[in-house]
Design a protein around this ligand. Structure first.
Ligand code: ADP
Length: 479
């Protein structure tokens, strides 16, 4: 028996009692408060309230406070025994239930831990044995996981990688360019080239709350196949050019050999149309071949707005015929490009030509040239049929023509492939923004001429139009 609060706390500290009977008032404190304090520390402890007299609401309050019983005078032995037994039984049942619950929860947690550990081991085995390079990064680009293949690809041996910044461990310009673009979200196609000829396609996938993952697949054999195919196309195109020129020439001669009747004239016109189409195709293929082979290294100072004037002149007849409204907006601070003027002309001819070709009569074509983040931005916008979203990536592939293009509009399907190759060879990028039924906007982003003195030297050599040794910041190239 204890009579004050310190005494109570001390005796509870020494040994947890089997049962507590607390008075309605205990050492000047409300018995409910004392009971509440004890239940907070020992939730299964049976506590009986001993009230001065039976009062309505006492029993209810005692149960609400979590006590197990309620006694009041006059005390009878039988009542005391019953109440104590009931309280002990209830406390025992509560204790049993609690132990069962703890056991059940622990077992289920252990099971879950076993499963997730097994899954982690399985996942780790899959990632390490996968034939693609995989590296997982946190949002600061520190390495969280790298598989065996990544070590092989970058010849990293057994160097410790975990926790280190990616750029400290792997120095590869193409990979750095990929990392610089990770803010754009998921990146599907990005080539990583190696000096020994290997080519990998790198993909970047953001992982929420972790950072991101880079996966790399070896596409060297596909590149080799592509090269063989391109060589083949280039040879064929080259060989076709001379006979086509001959066919064209003889067709013109036919008309001079004597008068032709109506039918013959019509057939000659159709023949000329077809031969012209084949010649365009062959010329486009030869251009693409040269661009893809990397032969296009001629660089001069090119003001894109001057090139645009020539392009618009060429399409003048079509613009008038289709009553197309041409708008242009050229920024006053537009810097020059360090580029091959012939290729820039080809790029604008294709973009503006397509805009005019695909826009219906009375439509509008708008060309904007501006500076954004020290990059030259060329935007060609039209009110044509637009391009379905699922085909927007594919239209830059060779020979791909969108399914919704208006019937009867001629083309080789090579124009945008040339545009992309020109953009790539000038360290630029091109993409399309389009909505079916509203129109399309083709955007080219390209770096301006750098202010390095080496570039000035290059311009002088190139303008003399002779092969020359050119220096780019210390590296020698030949134009
Ligand atoms: P093509 O010779 O067929 O015009 P391109 O390579 O220039 O070939 O373009 C590929 C395809 O992209 C076109 O066939 C057309 O379906 C679509 N396309 C290109 N430019 C536009 C445009 N301005 N508006 C709508 N569709 C376009």
């Amino acid at each position: 028996m204890v009579k004050d609060r310190p005494g109570l706390d001390k005796s509870v500290q020494e040994a947890i009692p089997s049962l507590v009977v607390v008075g309605e008032t205990f050492a000047d404190q409300d018995g409910f408060v004392v009971a509440n304090d004890m239940l907070e520390r020992f939730p299964t402890l049976p506590i009986i309230l001993y009230a001065r007299q039976d009062m309505t609401g006492h029993a209810k309050s005692a149960l609400k406070a979590g006590m197990t019983g309620y006694l009041y005078p006059p005390l009878k032995m039988e009542d005391i025994v019953n109440e104590v037994q009931r309280s002990l039984t209830r406390a025992r049942k509560l204790g049993d239930w609690l132990r069962r619950e703890v056991k059940r929860t622990t077992a289920s947690l252990e099971e879950k831990a076993k499963i997730s550990e097994a899954e982690r081991v399985k996942l780790e085995a899959i990632i390490s044995n996968i034939q693609d390079g995989v590296v997982v990064l946190d949002d600061q680009h520190n390495i969280l996981l790298a598989n065996r293949m990544i070590r092989d690809i970058f010849s990293l041996g057994d160097n410790p990688l975990l926790g280190r910044a990616l750029e400290d461990v792997i120095t590869n310009a193409d990979l750095s360019a990929l990392m610089a673009r990770t803010r754009e979200g998921a990146l599907k196609y990005h080539e990583v080239n190696f000096d020994d000829g290997r080519v990998y396609n790198a993909q970047y996938t953001p992982i929420p709350k972790i950072g991101g993952a880079i996966t790399m697949q070896d596409i060297s054999y596909l590149k080799e196949l592509d090269r063989l195919k391109n060589d083949f196309i280039h040879t064929i195109s080259h060989d076709l050019r001379s006979p086509l020129t001959a066919v064209f020439g003889y067709m013109e001669l036919v008309e001079r050999t004597g008068p032709l009747n109506e039918n013959q004239l019509e057939f000659m016109r159709r023949l000329q149309g077809s031969v012209q189409h084949m010649t365009n195709l062959v010329n486009d293929l030869l251009d693409l071949g040269r661009l893809e082979a990397g032969f296009d290294t001629r660089r001069e100072l090119v003001q894109p707005e001057n090139v645009l004037k020539y392009t618009l002149d060429v399409f003048d007849a079509q613009i008038k015929k289709k009553k197309i409204k041409i708008e242009s907006n050229i920024a006053g601070d537009l810097k020059p490009l360090r580029a091959n003027p012939i290729r820039i002309r080809q790029m604008l001819d294709n973009l503006v030509g397509n805009a005019i070709k695909y826009t219906p009569e009375g439509g509008r074509v708008r060309v904007e040239m501006s500076m954004q983040e020290n990059q030259i931005v060329i935007r060609v916008e039209d009110t044509g049929p637009g391009i379905p979203p699922e085909e927007q990536n594919r239209i830059f592939e060779k020979f791909y023509r969108a399914s919704n293009r208006p019937q009867g509009v001629e083309g080789t399907g090579l124009g945008l492939a040339i545009v992309k190759s020109v953009a790539d060879s000038h360290q630029g990028r091109v993409w399309v923004e389009s909505k079916v039924g509203e129109g399309s906007a083709f955007v080219v982003f390209a770096p301006p001429r750098s202010s390095r003195a080496a570039d000035q030297a290059m311009i002088i050599f190139v303008e003399r139009d002779a092969p020359a040794l050119c220096f780019f910041g210390g590296a020698a190239t030949c134009d």
